[in-house]
Design a protein. Sequence first.
Lengths: 104, 371
Amino acid sequence: MSAVTIRVELPAHLRTLAGVSGELVLEVAAPATQRALLDALEMKFPMLRGTIRDQVTQERRAFLRFFACEEDLSFQGLDALLPEPVLHGKETFLVVGAVAGGLG
Amino acid sequence: MSSVRVLVGTKKGAFVLTSDGKRRHWTVNGPHFAGWEMYHLKGSPVDPNRIYASQSSSWFGQVVQRSNDGGKSWEAVGNNFAYDGVPGTHQWYDGTPHPWEFKRVWHFEPSLTDPDTVYAGIEDAALFRSVDGGKNWEELSGLRKHGSGPHWQPGAGGMCLHTIVLDPSNAKRMVIAISSAGAFRTDDGGETWKPINHGLRSAHIPDPDAEVGHCVHHIAAHPSRPETLFMQKHWDVMRSDDAGDSWTEVSGNLPTDFGFCIDVHAHEPETIYVVPIKSDSEHFPLEGKLQVFRSRSGGNEWEPMIKGLPQSDCYVNVLRDAMAVDSLDECGVYFGTTGGQVYCSPDGGESWEPIVRDLPAVLSVEVQTLP
């Protein structure tokens, strides 16, 4: 299978860090898993390394979630295939920061 | 005419404050990295345009920023702080083993001779070095593995390596401090380390005179006398005249000897500054009066320097990395508060003025004296 084009939306702070605005479009190698998507994202925007997943453990950061097609994909594991609508560009893969007021 | 550039890290971004040598009129630039915690920014002594900045958040982890133009523009560099080997465990608050986990960079200390070499003190406590301008980081693991590491415990703010003092006269010597493990020194460029806590006494730990376990808050030294170290411990202000081999208390007549920051006058090696804080459970000045205390005798005899500082209803804190001095002919002293004020004294502490009053909580202040 050839690479697929994936639409990705990042939290505002990561868009600023990457120097982009709006939705991103990424070429993701097959099989198009969460891991392949993150690999492609970090390859294109190396300043994002470590901000979505830990560089050593490769685990998703605790205060981030992955959503698409109105589903929480966060616990499917990095090797889960992306949903069909995402693979066909009909839906966006969302990286979402936890809504938390925190300590100010 | 000389000028100064003050690098301010806050809980919600970084700010660059600039003034000419009179230090009366200031330009405030920022926030840089708005919304992120900026634990520390520091410039290279050999290339003031090279600045390293620690950018972090609970959501997105650690980013390292580098500027090559004095803070006008920035680029993200390497942020992979991987412990050397299997990191093992240290003690958790309750005394149980806890895995070593990288959380953030607390402090950058650029080399005194090479702008591309910089040291990073991190939480959980370890020392890293980059020799390529921050692109790659390597742990100086002799510190964490020297023997006492598994017994280190975090302080209330986490188990952070927050202080790095380089010796201008001896490139192989370095002193670091960890909350709450204590102070350590290397004499061989970071290969081997030893605890240097003899003379520290901490009533709140099981063995008050233990070799490690002391909550050292900050250490400062004058470049001309690197053997003399001044320490603000959790409680107690201390000094050492043998590079940390032994310490004596110099709290003297301070109204309280709890505090976080300490610094040394740029031209008077026996003139030091602290900001006394009421207690470990009440992190604000005594009686609502913000007071810097100055000693011109290397400790023991202290005088309050309060002209221009609020003397009522002031309940801010001044954190460990939030005091600095410039090296103009008349030494300027600076500190930032958790209330968002950054104060400057252009006359060695005699009088103070706020440079800015309403920043986010200030985490760190560093000063560059520019030609």
